[in-house]
Design a protein. Structure first.
Length: 389
């Protein structure tokens, strides 16, 4: 239970309004620019996580989520969105509730991989329940409308491909190209589970990594290693190789299953590749312009995510960050030890002394259920602590 002093603390109105504004604006980019906005809307849960962590007694993140949902409904109506209520449910299931769960799991010092999987499962469970409810409520009409929309989009794409073809296609060739539309539609429907699961997984990685990065930038110790020090367990590569092997089986269903699995594991290695890039950028001390240009490139051409995934896969053998070999298992029990060692290196570089003189540096990690996220102490100075208002 919160202490009496905490209950009497003035409500942080400024932080609350800024959290609602940022979260709402980031999500509304999905309505304004659907293609680019889907990558921007992933970050709309980050302000909620920060508010919930810094003001747990007031449940600031929860209140900001509810208020942002109301703002999204109002602004969606003003923008003539056909289903503003559905947008609110998507915001809550995709951004709001996962953000609150991330804040709680960070507070409890849950390991990174279980945290990501838990947040992704909650997202899929909530949104899947909404989809099932709407399907039953409309007696399947919502799925019929969705299928017709996909068919219409495929018609446009196929006709554009035929029209813009570099060689003149005969009527027979055009009929063959158009005859592929049912197969493409079937493949797209079969890949929907992998697409949605990958989106939930990528959102969980983005929210966790961005939150930890912001806390470290404020000299607050989240007690969890950041993205630049995160590595996947090495046996995951065998699951990825097995998923690729399924593509060799001459069966449409098996190949669709293999593609779905490749997308899931690929997202995890995209996160690992982004960690390699972040570690390199920090060592080179790149400024904000580097991140701005990188973000613009990813928004314009999401194919760069595949490049990050390849880098993350190569990191298994190349070990660009020199993190492997220090503990058995990338996401294992020694991740906090690597985090403490990283902080010792930072303190040594900052004070101009050697690591041997910092043997007394300790990262005080809280027990489960503690209200503090950790305090970093080194030498005679103490670091910042996340304290509830």
């Amino acid at each position: 239970m919160p202490r009496k002093a905490e209950l009497n603390t003035p409500f942080p109105v400024g932080v609350f309004l800024s959290t609602v504004s940022f979260s709402t604006a980031l999500y509304l980019s999905l309505l304004a620019l659907p293609r680019v906005g889907i990558f921007i809307a992933m970050f709309s849960g980050v302000p909620l996580v920060l508010a919930q962590i810094q003001f747990p007694a007031q449940l600031l993140g929860t209140g900001a989520m509810v208020t942002s949902g109301g703002a999204i409904f109002l602004l969606g109506s003003l923008l003539h969105n056909p289903m503003p209520g559905l947008q609110v449910l998507i915001y809550i299931g995709w951004c709001g509730l996962p953000a609150l769960l991330t804040a709680e799991l960070l507070r409890r010092q849950v390991r990174i991989l279980p945290m990501i999987f838990s947040v992704s499962f909650q997202t899929l469970f909530f949104l899947g329940g909404i989809g099932l409810f709407l399907y039953m409520k409309t007696h399947g009409q919502i799925w019929t409308g969705f299928a017709q929309t996909i068919h219409g989009a495929l018609d446009v794409v196929m006709n554009a491909a035929i029209k813009n073809s570099q060689t003149t296609l005969t009527p027979t060739d055009q009929a063959r190209v158009l005859g592929l539309e049912p197969l493409i539609f079937r493949a797209f429907i079969g890949l929907l589970p992998g697409l949605l699961s990958s989106l939930a997984l990528l959102t969980a990685v983005v929210v966790w990594a961005t939150t930890v990065g912001i806390l470290e930038g404020r000299n607050l110790s989240p007690g969890t290693p950041g993205l630049d020090r995160w590595v996947l367990p090495d046996p995951f590569v065998f699951a990825l190789i097995g998923s690729m092997a399924l593509l060799l089986i001459p069966s449409f269903e098996i190949r669709v299953l293999g593609t779905n699995l490749i997308m899931l594991f690929g997202v995890l290695y995209v996160g690992q590749g982004a960690g390699v890039l972040l570690s390199y950028a920090r060592k080179r001390r790149f400024g904000p312009w580097f991140w701005l240009v990188s973000g613009v490139f990813i928004l314009i051409q999401p194919m760069f995510l595949m490049i990050l995934g390849i880098v993350g896969l190569i990191d298994i053998w190349a070990d660009f960050r020199q993190l492997r070999g220090k503990s058995p298992g990338g996401d294992g029990s020694n991740e906090k030890g690597r985090y403490v060692e990283k902080k010792m290196d930072d303190l040594s570089d900052r004070d101009g002394s050697h690591r041997d003189s910092f043997r007394t540096v300790r990262l005080r990690l809280p027990l489960r259920g503690s209200r503090f996220l950790g305090t970093l102490r080194g030498g005679g100075s103490s670091g910042s602590t996340i304290r509830p208002a």
